[in-house]
Design a protein. Structure first.
Length: 168
């Protein structure tokens, strides 16, 4: 997103300008405009990814997150035979995209990776809670966490086993 900031500044600054405005009759208006310069500055609004500290922050979050998940007896079993180096790398790349960083994700789609695992809703919520607790632990701002929470809600149907959701 790009925000445009328009600033007006006379050669002698805005206080000078105010003095000229009050002291002179209409005839001087064109000369006042002549003295103005208009600057349009383009400023990129930093992404969530940049705001939290980029690749290093995402990597730290993924480390803490999987340490928590693997320490949770409800969830550890899912990862017993998984190469956790590759797993951490893929989640880091995915989280990078979610937070507005560069898209270098090379793993499978969420449904392809998770539907064979038969993950129930309760385990999905547990994993989501570990992710948000990780972000809180690392001091990630609340609005970034809100964004992650919204994405978690959006992708739930791809991860939770179809047939195990309430009402399905
Ligand atoms: C929004 C939530 C989740 C996200 C964003 C996510 C993300 C990912 C990613 C990026 C991969 C790697 C895919 C690949 O290497 O091709 C993956 C794999 C995996 N995820 Fe998740 N995951 C989520 C929820 C869960 C949950 C709730 C569980 C278990 C309770 C889980 C268990 C696994 C396992 C076991 C694998 C490895 C599958 C395999 O290699 O065959 N994930 N996940």
């Amino acid at each position: 997103m790009v925000r445009h900031t328009v600033s007006r500044r006379g050669p002698n600054g805005s206080c000078q300008l105010a003095a000229r405005w009050s002291a002179l009759p209409f005839a001087w208006i064109p000369s006042l405009l002549e003295g103005l310069t208009v600057t349009v500055t383009e400023q990129s609004v930093p992404s969530h990814y940049d705001r939290i500290g980029g690749a290093a922050a995402v990597k730290a979050a993924v480390e803490v997150f999987y340490d928590r998940v693997l320490a949770d007896p409800e969830l550890a079993g899912y990862f017993a035979d998984i190469d956790m180096v590759g797993q951490r790398r893929h989640l880091a790349l995915m989280l990078t995209v979610v937070l507005g960083g560069p898209n270098e994700y090379t793993g499978r789609g969420l449904a392809e990776a998770h539907q064979p695992l038969g993950i129930p809703q309760a385990h999905y919520e547990l994993v989501g809670a570990h992710l948000l607790a990780t972000l809180t632990q690392l001091g990630v701002p609340e609005d970034v966490q809100d964004h992650v929470r919204a994405v978690l809600a959006q992708v739930q149907d791809q991860v939770v086993a179809s047939g195990s959701r309430p009402g399905v």
